[in-house]
Design a protein around this ligand. Structure first.
Ligand code: SIN
Length: 276
């Protein structure tokens, strides 16, 4: 498909595109919406500059792609449960997303995508986010390893990550139950039909069909492989930039190189389907 309503500048051959010529905080035409759907499928993560979202317009943008997800550990502010504040400052003991992951992959139906808007960014170009294409990671596996992984499933659970975060933030979480689910190690993207590696360091516990030792060795290899720089694009934020990524095809990591400076904004997350 050619793009008529959007200007697209490809970030690199494997992942990412800068999108301009559109105000995503305002109502969009059908053509703009359909090209945004296409661009997400084509590039896996879209970057926008100078977008002035309110909480309501950010949620309205997210809803163009599906129902909004409510975070299982951190529901949003009063009246906006679908908003996930992303904030770090001099009092932070950890930040969201500091290790490679696909958002909330512990959910039985993990999110389709996430839309992050930062209104405040640290000085001197700090606070980047890295995105890695799990299509590229899968494609680069050896044919033997692809055959080995065929049909394997892995347990993903929120417990370890969310309890750690809550402990560091001093949040009382007694009685809380966190989601878990088994997902295929290699998933098929429901729109593009491409295969993507779907295990990550934050939520994946083990591969179910093999011994614990074997699972640990294979997952260790897959994590290191997925994190190879040639599968990545690195986004440098400016105030009012937006990144919109497809969690079904991408892992990401936020770099915390700006302590004690402030980095702040909001994420909306779009519900997805059960991976297959
Ligand atoms: C996240 O959604 O994992 C946080 C990403 C970021 O802050 O760049």
């Amino acid at each position: 498909m050619s793009y008529e309503a959007l200007r697209i500048e490809v970030a690199n051959p494997r992942i990412g595109a800068f999108v301009s010529g559109v105000d995503i905080a305002a109502p969009l035409s059908n053509r703009e919406v359909s090209e945004l759907h296409q661009a997400l499928a084509d590039y896996q993560v879209l970057f926008f500059r100078d977008q002035h979202f309110t909480l309501d317009s950010q949620k309205a943008f997210g809803r163009l792609f599906g129902e909004l997800h409510i975070h299982p550990n951190t529901p949003g502010p009063e009246g906006h449960p679908e908003i996930l504040p992303i904030h770090a400052d001099a009092s932070s003991k950890e930040i969201a997303g500091e290790h490679w992951h696909s958002d909330v992959s512990c959910d039985p139906e993990p999110p389709l995508g996430s839309v992050l808007h930062l209104h405040t960014v640290p000085p001197n170009g700090a606070g980047d986010t890295l995105f890695a294409s799990m299509y590229a990671a899968y494609d680069a596996l050896s044919p033997r390893l692809k055959t080995y992984l065929e049909g394997l499933t892995a347990l993903h659970a929120g417990e370890r990550n969310y309890r750690r975060n809550n402990r560091l933030r001093g949040i009382d979480e007694r009685g809380r139950v966190f989601p878990w689910a088994n997902h295929p190690v290699v998933r098929t993207h429901p729109v593009t039909k491409r295969k993507a590696l779907y295990v990550n360091r934050v939520f994946t516990y083990r591969i179910n069909e093999v011994s614990e030792d074997e699972s640990e060795a294979i997952l260790g290899y897959l994590y290191r492989h997925a994190e190879r720089p040639e599968f990545q694009v690195r986004f440098q934020w400016k105030p009012n930039s937006v990144a919109f990524w497809d969690n079904r095809a991408v892992q990401h990591l936020a770099v915390w190189d700006y302590f004690p400076q402030v980095r702040s904004g909001n994420r909306v997350t779009i519900k997805g389907d059960r991976p297959y």
